[in-house]
Design a protein. Sequence first.
Lengths: 286, 752
Amino acid sequence: MRARNVIVAMMAVFTLMSAAYAYQQFSQCRFIESRLENAPIPDDVGAKTEYFFARLKYPNIEHGPPANWLYPQPDPWTYGRPDFWLRRGHWQVDYPKAERTFMKGVQRLTRLHARTMEEVVDLDSDNIMNFPWIYAVEAGHWDLPQHQADKLREYLLKGGFLMCDDFHGTFDWSIFTASMKRVFPDRAITDIPNPDAIFHTLYDLDDRYQVPGAVMCFTHLTHEYDGYEAKWRAIRDDNGRIMVAICHNVDLGDAWEHADHPDYPERYSALAYRIGLNYIIYAMTH
Amino acid sequence: MFEFLFKYPGTVFSKGDFVLLGAWPVWVMLLLLVVGAVVIGFQAWQMRERAAGRARGLRLALIWILQSALFALVLLLLWQPAMSIASLKPQQNIVAVMVDDSRSMALAEQGKTRKDRVTEALQSGLLDQLGKKFQVRTYRFSSSLERIEKLDKLTAGGNASRIGENLSTVAAESSTLPIGAIVLMSDGADNTGGVDLDTIGMLRRLRIPVHTVGVGREKFDRDVEITDVQVARRALPDSRLSAQVTLKQRGLSGSKTRVLIKNEGKVLAGLDIALKPEGTLQTEIVAFQSGTAGLKNLQISVEPIQGEENPNNNGVTRLLNVQNTKPHVLYIEGEPKWDFKFIRRAIEEDRTVQLSTLLSTTQNKTYTQGPNAQQLSVGFPAKVEEMFQYQGIIIGGVEASYLTVTQLELLKQFVDRRGGGVLFTAGRGGLNEGGWGKSSVADLLPLALPDRKATFHRDPANVELTAAGRESLICRLEEDPDKNVERWKKLPHLADFQEAGIPKPGALVLVDALPTSKGRFPLLTIQNYGRGRVGVLATQGTWRWQMQQPLADKSHEMFWQQLMRWMVSETPGRLVASTPKSVYADETKVSFRAEVRDRNYLPMTDAKVTANILGPAGVAEQVELAPDPVTPGTFTGSWTAEKLGAYVAEILAKRGEEEAGRDVLNFRREDGVAENFGAEQNRELLEKLASESGGKYYKIDDLKKLPEEISYSEAGITIRETKDLWDMPAVFLLLLTLRGAEWLLRRRWGVV
């Protein structure tokens, strides 16, 4: 009896400790997804500047990963409610805190005349031509109709620059390339070698590493799905200049968004800032 | 009539000296004249009392004047007035008859050529009459002079009428021959420089009168002629150039034709024009592309119009050397901006211009690109040899204080001494926002920048060409000038603009910015400064022309490429050589001029400069150029190009063994061209030549008096004649008139 009581007590203690640990872990990793309606409006909302962070609003694919997808759903807030991002739109992931936080760094670290308030552009109007640098998040979920693909191609060939970020693994890649093939059926997507100017415009970034999203706090992994290795890829124009910079298997948007979060490792935000700054300066010099 | 009244031809009075042959001195005559006038005046005063008031005031004075004039005339006649004039001694002098035998004399007018009309005039008595008084030598002349015995030697086939040179040759014979006068029969159509002052001076010194006989019509009925073509002699490949074609016309006002520019038969450009009213010189600007590197033989012509009398004067040839050089532009920018990227792209697309850039990305970092990226990584050039290696510099939105005092001074010398091009653009740190208006290089700027801040506005602005911009090649996006104006109006608005101030005298505003808010500001303004050029583009927002127009549109690229070519194409090297012309039509003397500068672009006076000339049929000669005593660093020389064809001259300057610079010139020799131009009779030239030398101008149809008037000359062997004037009918008529007038007036007034 006594031994039984001891075992029960030990189990109770273990259960309590496990629960306490689990609670501790959960509470430490409480990253609240940024939402426009909750974000304070920056002071420079109406400022006329040279550079604007322009976020691309694109149509989603209308389904998630296939049923036999081998990899666990990593994000309890999103894939726990599979219709959440479909309704809100994947283009809004990290919006608007990611860019507003990032742009403060741009203002502080460069001579670029920029404001923290972003612009949202789509491929249905010519307004996009006023913003020669655009950012597409979770491009592994986009589904560009042909007329938008045509517009994007025209935009890029005129001199526009697209930075794609935060999509992971082979499934997202297949979705990304399906739309990109509509934009450039014949242009190859290639890895960017270290000596390329884009890694040296402002910072020398020969030593890059995978920048995980906030989900790392739960999974303790820097990768998502089967995106084990950070890929820095590009589509170039006829003169070898990068038109589309593709950040695959990394989540720079989260690293910008949570740069001020005590639980998000600083080293990831630091690299994300440097990558973002280099890409902007590259787009304004090439 | 003149001779009837005055007894002698006008030449006697114009050339002779007035003398009084009377034995008594002239002062006696004058004394008597005064005494006579007083006496006559006294008598007239007494008449006043007798006439009982009928002769007073003006009437009395008039009678006194008429009586005194009559008295003076009688006194003058008593002193025996006469003209003293030198005249040629019969049969002891030579009269040279020079007949123009150039190609323009073959032009037919009213069924006869000019040559035939001269022959006819000489054979119908002129030569015979001259022969009675003088020995006559007949010459034909064109580019050279030849004595002929018979007029059938005239061919009207000479390439040019060198009137001045040939007159000098004949006049020079007077040292051994008693040449009394020259008769020059010509249309005066001399396209080789006319008659120079030296020749006129020589004729006056030798006192040989040149009597000119004008042949040919002074005005064609229907003709178009190219009088001048101005076109660059050097250019970069694929540059947009313009030819300034000046033409005149007779009898074809309002006619439509076309100006063409061809190279080896291939049409490079054409412009439809309507001819302006007669009497006005019409200038047309035709834009064309220079094409690939190499020597171009441009044929610039006006298409002949039906019924044109002389279509041979509708075209000229010019040489264009399209050089395979790659001028280098340095672009410094104070902050990342979109125009920086798009300007880079536009210039990189132009394979003939190199671009190196220095961009200030952060407070302490720069990003450099281009061939000189490594050199620029230490900053903006601070040494002469570093800065002067460029042909053009763009100063973007960077503050003047970013440059040191030395760098600012070098920038000024880059334009003034080096002859480079500098373009200032707008921005938060550009123009007056960057303190350039109060900097030491403010003189360079073509505008007086506003003396205040907050001049840079990120507001949309449309653009519009000014009158000067319509003519400028920098702004030529369309060949057709009117379409070009419309295209500029339709360009997307600029992303921003800057108030750039007031243009300085001599500056040209090519484009205005029209902000959608209000106002009008100079957008693109240029001026020459020293040996170089400076421009201000008061915006950093031209990138919208690229992003907001269809992909195939090249407005942005063309504008920037043309602006860069304006900046750099005329930036000289250390040695700049030139010849006055690229095509020597019926001329053989070629002058060379070379400006030599040292590494600091200061005039180099101790260089040895030679011209190595290669020409047709194996011509290979070396000419040493001599320093110009007036202009330091300038060397000149001349050479005779006898053979027809294309020549190339490499001008090389050396200081000791060190090469100080080299340049290559091209020129061409042609014959039989000059005579096609200015084919109307140049009466002005012939009259001037005659009056300056003491001769007279005659029309070919009116040569009756020539044999008589030619006698009066001070050249050759002369005698002095005096011609009495007292018995001139005009004197008798004057006597009668004076006396008769007095009688009539007194009778009318009742004054006896």
